[in-house]
Every structure is written in structure tokens, then in C-alpha cells.
Design a protein around this ligand. Structure first.
Ligand code: ADP
Length: 419
């Protein structure tokens, strides 16, 4: 069976967030890193293509999004989902409006929704105004965002500044009456020539109603919240009875590679060091040209058989500052990322089949070095961090990519039991 839902996310972590939501809602989901070149593995219900199109020039964002759409169409997807941030991160130039408009044109449709609401994370929409916790968007910290400062909470106005199509509103008075009322309002707005309907939503129940009302719409544009409400529109999902988070069985040796210096990671590294062998990567050694990668792999090779090992550059703020003062911020970061990526590759060659990577940038470097093209999303270890099965590498690999402050202190100890 071809996948049902094809999603385009405007950044990587946004893609991960959406993929996790879809799995929870019962869809077997893969997240692809950039526009794929290979065909999709079988048995997938939803595909999320993660782009980096939130803040790049409009033309580039549109071109990449259209390329992603073409691949998803070719893969056989039936409905398409443009995922942006729950704080509607954009500027009057875009990229949400122009990308959504281009996708509508390509899909030959003249109506879609715009709904970044994510009540579980306290993003709600009322009368078209987006709230972050207790305050309107323009009073939240988003007003000071370096790239996409949000200075107006009225999403109808914000989106209208980015698009030639008319923007309207499905008010909460309609939304709380349920899916049929919402659908009727969609039809009325369409008849008025409205292209985008901003939809109010205060709760997960509202998202379920809105999702039901979106059945058959070629395109949905939203944060990840609406993902809760879409799977119900595909009866074949229930029929397949699949366990959405089940991964192919994985074995192999176990390792953790940590390049994150966030507070949570510092605690997690300390907890693992207390129980397992650990190797420190020092940026100053790397700068001197020492063969740190070779040393780390020679150290790990005999130990892996006895249990998980830890290789880490994780350091406290004073140590990081000292390395950055000696080498420069960028050089220190790049040296460490390159070394950890090479070590991860070497560990996989030594037989590691279950690998945890700590750090967002570090994960990007490791994924690239391993030639990973996509991630089949599996069971969650802690909120926002699932085990995944890597697609596109040389051999089967279970991968957990943990960004900075995620995870409990015993994350590196307990994660193995969740596979
Ligand atoms: P997080 O998700 O916590 O932000 P990242 O991997 O995105 O983690 O970023 C951490 C950055 O710090 C990376 O560029 C990494 O190479 C760098 N880094 C790691 N250890 C050190 C260190 N000891 N000194 C200086 N920089 C380091």
C-alpha cells in the first residue's frame, strides 16, 4: 500500500515533532532528511520530508517545497501536509504564505486551512489570535526572535501579508460545534473566495474535529497539532492493525556519542560515566592534530562486547569557554563535530547497532557521516526523543538522536530497554 499522508516540514526538529505525533496517532511514519532520492521502504503510512526552509530566501523555500511535493506525489501520497512552527515563525515576506500558495497551485486546489495550534504545548488560537501560554504571540518571547520576530498575534492579518489569496477565519463559535459545522463553514468561506481559513482551536478535542473536517482536502497547512486529527480519516489504517511504533528487531553492540554541552546532557553523561566505560574527546587535542578518532576506536573495540560505552566531548560551561577562547567558537564546534561523527562511523563499523547521539548539531554531523537518508520513527524514550531505524546506511542501525535539554538524567541508561 502506498503511503497516505505526505508531509513537508520547514525544519528538522519540526519534522521530528510531527513524525512523533503521527506515530502516536497510529501511522507508521518515516522522516526523510531533505528531498529523498531513493524510493520509500514498504509498510509506511506517512512520510515527513524535513527541509530547512523556514528562513531561507522565499524562492529557495518554494522550490525545495515543490520538489518535496513532487517526490511525495510520486510515492503515492493522497493528502499533503505543510508543517510549520506552532508559533507561526515567519516574516511579512514568508515563508509560510508563499510556500503554502505554491503547494496549492501545484495541487490544483483553491482552499486550505492554516492552524498552528498545539494546545498540549499551550499554543491556542481564539478569534484568530495565537496565544503562547497566557499571552498573545506578540507579547511572548517570540516578539524578540532574531530571525522571525512575531509582532502581531492576529494570524489572519499575519498570513494575509504573505499571500495574494484571501485569508478568512473559522471562529471558535463554529469549531466547538464539531466537524460538520466546521466543514459547512469551509464551504461558505470557499464560496466567498477565501483561500486560507485560519481555524481557532483551544483543545485536543478541537484538533480532532478540525482534522475530521479536513478529510479529502488535498492540502493541510498546520503546526504538528492537527496530526492528531488526520489519521481517523483513513479507514485503511485501522484495517491494517499495525503497531505504528514497532521497529524491525535490532541487535548489535551499544554506544553513546555525546557532543551536547546542555545542562541535561551534562547530568546524563555523569550518570553514564558512573556505570560504564567512558572516553573523553578534548577539543584542544583535536586542534593539536592528535589521532583522537583512532585512539577512541582502539579504546572502544575491546570494551563494546561487555556493554555500552560512552564517547563524549560534553563539558561544563567553563571548559567550553576555555576551548572556545583558545580555538574560536566555530572551530571548536566543528572540530568536535567532525571527530564525533568519525568516531560514530567507526563504532558502527566495529559492530555497534544501537547508537545514541546527544546534541542537535552533533546529530546532524553523525547522520551525514553515516549516510543516513531517513529515520523510521519507533518507540519514544522520553518526550520528543524516539528510537528510530536508520534508512540508507550500510547496515541495520537503531538510532536515538537526543537534542540538548531533552531526557531524564538516566536517559543513556534506560534507553536500551525501550527497544
Ligand atoms: P545541543 O543540542 O545541546 O545544542 P549541539 O550538538 O547542537 O548540542 O551543540 C553543541 C556544540 O558544542 C557542537 O558544535 C559541539 O561540537 C560543541 N562542543 C561539544 N563539546 C565541546 C567542548 N568540549 N568544547 C567546545 N565545544 C564543544
Amino acid at each position: 500500500m502506498a503511503p497516505l499522508l505526505g508531509c513537508i516540514a520547514d525544519d528538522f526538529t519540526g519534522g521530528t515533532d510531527l513524525a512523533g505525533m503521527l506515530v502516536k496517532a497510529g501511522m507508521r511514519t518515516v522522516q526523510m532528511i531533505g528531498v529523498p532520492t531513493d524510493p520509500l521502504p514498504p509498510g509506511i503510512d506517512a512520510v515527513v520530508i524535513a527541509l530547512k526552509s523556514r528562513t531561507n530566501p522565499v524562492d529557495e523555500a518554494v522550490a525545495e517545497s515543490l520538489a518535496a511535493l513532487r517526490w511525495l506525489q510520486k510515492a503515492g501520497c493522497r493528502q499533503f501536509y505543510f508543517k510549520y512552527c506552532s508559533t507561526f515563525d515567519s516574516t511579512p515576506k514568508g515563508n509560510i504564505g508563499p510556500v503554502a500558495e505554491a503547494l496549492m497551485t501545484a495541487l490544483d486546489t483553491d482552499f486550505t486551512i492554516a492552524c498552528p495550534a498545539f494546545p498540549a504545548n499551550k499554543r491556542t488560537i481564539y478569534k484568530g489570535r495565537l496565544f503562547v501560554g497566557d499571552v498573545p504571540l506578540d507579547e511572548s518571547s517570540m516578539q524578540h526572535h532574531p530571525l522571525t520576530p512575531m509582532t502581531d498575534a492576529n494570524l489572519v492579518r499575519v498570513l494575509q501579508a504573505q499571500t495574494k489569496r484571501k485569508v478568512g477565519l473559522v471562529d471558535y463559535d463554529v469549531v466547538h460545534r464539531g466537524a460538520a459545522a466546521i466543514r459547512a463553514r469551509f464551504s461558505a468561506l470557499k464560496a466567498e473566495g477565501i483561500g486560507f481559513a485560519v481555524v481557532d482551536a483551544l483543545s485536543d478535542d478541537d484538533l480532532i474535529s478540525i482534522g475530521a473536517a479536513c478529510a479529502g482536502l488535498p492540502l493541510v497547512t498546520a503546526g504538528s497539532g492537527i496530526a492528531l486529527g488526520l489519521p481517523q480519516n483513513f479507514p485503511e489504517l485501522a484495517a491494517s492493525g499495525s503497531r505504528a511504533a514497532a521497529l524491525p528487531p535490532t541487535g548489535g553492540l551499544r554506544a553513546v556519542v555525546a557532543g551536547s554541552c546542555s545542562t541535561a546532557s551534562l547530568g546524563q553523561v555523569a550518570a553514564m560515566r558512573a556505570q560504564h566505560p567512558a572516553f573523553t574527546v578534548d577539543p584542544l587535542d583535536l586542534a593539536k592534530g592528535a589521532d583522537v578518532v583512532g585512539a577512541a576506536l582502539a579504546w572502544a573495540a575491546p570494551k563494546l562486547i561487555d556493554g555500552p560505552v560512552l564517547v563524549y566531548a560534553t563539558a561544563n560551561p567553563a571548559e567550553v569557554k576555555a576551548a572556545q577562547a583558545a580555538l574560536g567558537v566555530e572551530k571548536a564546534g566543528a572540530l568536535v563535530e567532525d571527530a564525533l561523527a568519525a568516531i560514530a562511523k567507526g563504532l558502527v563499523a566495529l559492530g555497534v547497532g544501537r547508537l545514541i547521539v546527544a546534541g542537535g548539531e552533533t546529530s546532524g554531523a553523525v547522520v551525514k557521516a553515516l549516510g543516513v537518508k531517513g529515520l523510521r520513527i519507533g518507540p519514544e524514550i522520553d518526550p520528543g526523543v524516539p528510537w528510530t531505524a536508520a534508512l540508507g546506511g550500510d547496515r541495520p542501525l537503531a538510532l536515538a538522536l537526543k537534542s540538548g535539554n531533552f531526557g531524564t538524567p538516566d536517559f543513556f541508561l534506560k534507553a536500551w530497554d525501550r527497544l
